[in-house]
Every structure is written in structure tokens, then in C-alpha cells.
Design a protein around this ligand. Structure first.
Ligand code: SAH
Length: 371
């Protein structure tokens, strides 16, 4: 059922011309410098950060251990409001909740919070729109608006953590997982995404203290960026959106394949798995009569076993979610089951993703931010 959780809010703050700096854009050292520039001792930066990252508090008025006149100054300088919820939609009995955000300049993006018995996951956007133009994905149809800043990404996570803690999913949840599977191509916004991952995973007061093992970065396969990510010393899971085991079809489903092909993407994925010791997740949206043939399942299994070695990979099948204007459809259940069995027969782990949020256009590939 679709339920509007709250009446729509209008983000009425005046539009600004340039992106304001936010505490969450800065590492520990840069924060202290910023505070010193305000004429204050550096420890005020840590105090502010403990409120923001530790208590998830962004309202300076509630930071009562700070002298009243400092609250206002520090808040104005380092905690500008960057994103505000415009609408929230819920489904799955309240366990899936999509938020449409308006940024300080009117740009819109979406994130999705999902509650499970033992965890809560937020799916965040790294860009407003996307430039990758995959034809089965709603985000790809609108093109790229702009990159989101590090703090705009971290704010999606912080606000989701507050909502989960305060019980919007039914019972109070601790936000344990963050997946970069919302709008945008994270590896095309590399620096800000990596900074955001650090802010999300570093312990309080440097960051939110969410385990890196609970963070997944998903990419269409921008090979140089995957190679660079492997060297960042982050233990995040890499997800690669493959969708076809052969270049002929992948060129049409994931257009950037004409730049980095299946072999090159899998080699980079293997490098990532070997360097980090983390199993790579291969995403495969199963589309009826397009990429669901038995021979493609066999080819996928063989390729992954040979190029990644089975222990370094896990296939995540995503039944295709409908998008406006697309005639493509999910595969019938029997075809899907056979596909899974064939990949597994090659010795490669394969599961079907639990699809959340279809009725509110919150599932994989459905985020369009009203555009
Ligand atoms: N740009 C990144 C991050 C987006 S993640 C990437 O492509 O990996 C969103 C995932 O959902 C990707 O694997 C994407 O290919 C997949 N997806 C897109 N449209 C979909 C649809 N209509 N149905 C199912 N999965 C879809």
C-alpha cells in the first residue's frame, strides 16, 4: 500500500549560488582549521563533530555544552542545511521508505531506507540524475544534473540513521548498512564518494562509525576508478552492474561497455577482490527474452569462475523493475530459477535480490526524483 507519511514540505530556504561548506565535507584536520579561522580553539571542532556524528544532531540549539553565542556561530559556519525532505513515501507495511530530497539549490535526489528484522539499510544517491544512460534504468533517462557533495551524501545517511533510530520503520533500528545504489554513478563522482565513505565509516568523532563491511559501492564498471578504489584502504564491498556476459549485448544495456568491456571490468573486479579480500557482488537485472537465456547463464557462470574464481564473487540477480516508457519486463519465475541453477552449477554463488519498494518507485532503477 502507498501511504504518504507526512504532508509534503517545501524547502523554502533562499537558493544560493555556491555550495556552502559543511562539517561533513571536512576531515578532522580541516575542521579544526575551519574553527581556528573563526577565532575559536580547535577543540570546538571535535565538540561539534561529536554532536553531529555521535548524537546525529545537526541543530546547534540543542548543543547545550557549547556557549549559547558559539552555537549560533558554529552552526551558521559549519552546519548549513544542505538537503531537506520534500516527500516521504512508505510501503511494505512501513518497512520501506523513500525520501525525495531538495538540496540547497533546488536540486532533487532520492534515497530509500529499508528495515529488516536484524538491520536497517539506506540506499543513497551520489549524483542528481546519472550520465550513464542504461536504457532499463529510470535514473539514466533524465541525464546527469550534478554531482552531490560529500556532505550532501553524508546527510542522506545521517538523516536516515535518525529516522531509523526514532522508529519510523516500526521499531527503533540502528542503521547498519549503506549502499551507493541510489541515483547516479558513484565512480563518476569519485573524490566526493570516497570522502563520504570515510565520513560514514570512521569512528566518532571523525565519522558516523558504521562498519565498512556494511557499505557497498555499486558501479557500471569504470575501470580506472575501480583500480583506484582498491588502493584506498577501505573494506567496502564493490558491486559491479554487469547485466550481460557478452560485449554485444552489454554494449546496448550498459553503454559505457564500449569504453571498458566485460573482460576489462571483470579483471578490475578481480583486482579489487584480491587487494581487499572482499567478495565482489555482480549485479544482473534479469530481463525477459533480453539477457535471460540459458546459454547466457552458462556463459556468466563460466566467465566468473574463470576470471574471478568462484570464491571471490557472488551474483545478485535483480528481477527487472518496471520503469516508465519501457516495454521490458522481468523474466518468468521458471526462467529465473533455471538461470540461478545454471550459475550455481558453475560453482558460483547466486541469489535473487529481495525487491523492495516497487509500488512507490523506490526499487532498483526506479529513482527519478520526480523528473
Ligand atoms: N550506477 C551504479 C549505481 C546504481 S545501482 C550502477 O549502475 O551500479 C542500481 C542498480 O540497479 C544497478 O545494478 C542497476 O543496473 C540496477 N537497475 C537499474 N535499473 C533497473 C531496473 N529497472 N530493474 C532492476 N534493476 C535495475
Amino acid at each position: 500500500m502507498i501511504a504518504r507519511a507526512k504532508p509534503p514540505l517545501v524547502f523554502d530556504a533562499p537558493k544560493r549560488a555556491t555550495l556552502p561548506t559543511h562539517l561533513a565535507d571536512l576531515d578532522l584536520k580541516a575542521r579544526r582549521l575551519a574553527v581556528v579561522e573563526l577565532g575559536l580553539p580547535p577543540f570546538r571542532a571535535d565538540q561539534l563533530a561529536r554532536h553531529y556524528f555521535g548524537r546525529l544532531e545537526a541543530d546547534p540549539a540543542s548543543m547545550t555544552d557549547l556557549p549559547a553565542q558559539l552555537r549560533e556561530r558554529l552552526g551558521a559556519a559549519l552546519l548549513p542545511t544542505l538537503v531537506r525532505p520534500v516527500t516521504e513515501l512508505c510501503c511494505d507495511g512501513g518497512a520501506t521508505r523513500k525520501t525525495l530530497w531538495a538540496a540547497w539549490d533546488g536540486t532533487r535526489a532520492e534515497s530509500v531506507l529499508m528495515g529488516y528484522p536484524d538491520r536497517a539499510t539506506v540506499c543513497v544517491s551520489s549524483q542528481a540524475g546519472c550520465g550513464m544512460a542504461c536504457p532499463f534504468c529510470a535514473t539514466g533517462q533524465g541525464g546527469l544534473r550534478r554531482n552531490l557533495s560529500c556532505a550532501e551524501i553524508v546527510e542522506q545517511v545521517r538523516q536516515a540513521a535518525v529516522a531509523a533510530r526514532d522508529g519510523v520503520l516500526g521499531a527503533p533500528h540502528r542503521l547498519s548498512n549503506v549502499v551507493f545504489m541510489g541515483m547516479g554513478e558513484p565512480m563518476a563522482n569519485y573524490r566526493r564518494v570516497v570522502d563520504a565513505v570515510r565520513r560514514i565509516t570512521e569512528p566518532v568523532p571523525a565519522g558516523l562509525g558504521i562498519s565498512a563491511r556494511g557499505v557497498t559501492v555499486s558501479t557500471v564498471g569504470l575501470v580506472p576508478a575501480i583500480e583506484r578504489l582498491a588502493g584506498e584502504g577501505l573494506s567496502v564491498t564493490l558491486a559491479v552492474s554487469l547485466h550481460a556476459p557478452d560485449d554485444e549485448l552489454r554494449n546496448t544495456l550498459v553503454p559505457v561497455n564500449t569504453r571498458w568491456n566485460v573482460d576489462e571490468v571483470l579483471a578490475a573486479a578481480r583486482g579489487y577482490a584480491e587487494t581487499t579480500g572482499r567478495r565482489v557482488s555482480v549485479e544482473y537485472a534479469l530481463i525477459r527474452d533480453v539477457n535471460d537465456q540459458p546459454w547466457r547463464a552458462d556463459l556468466l557462470g563460466r566467465l566468473l569462475r574463470e576470471q574471478l574464481t568462484a570464491r571471490l564473487v557472488h551474483v545478485n540477480l535483480i528481477p527487472l523493475n518496471p520503469t516508465p516508457g519501457s516495454e521490458w519486463d522481468a523474466s518468468p519465475l521458471a526462467v529465473q530459477d533455471d538461470f540461478v541453477a545454471r550459475v550455481r552449477a558453475a560453482g558460483v554463488a547466486c541469489t535473487v535480490r529481495d525487491t523492495r519498494g516497487r509500488e512507490i518507485a523506490a526499487a532498483c532503477g526506479q529513482l527519478a526524483a520526480g523528473s
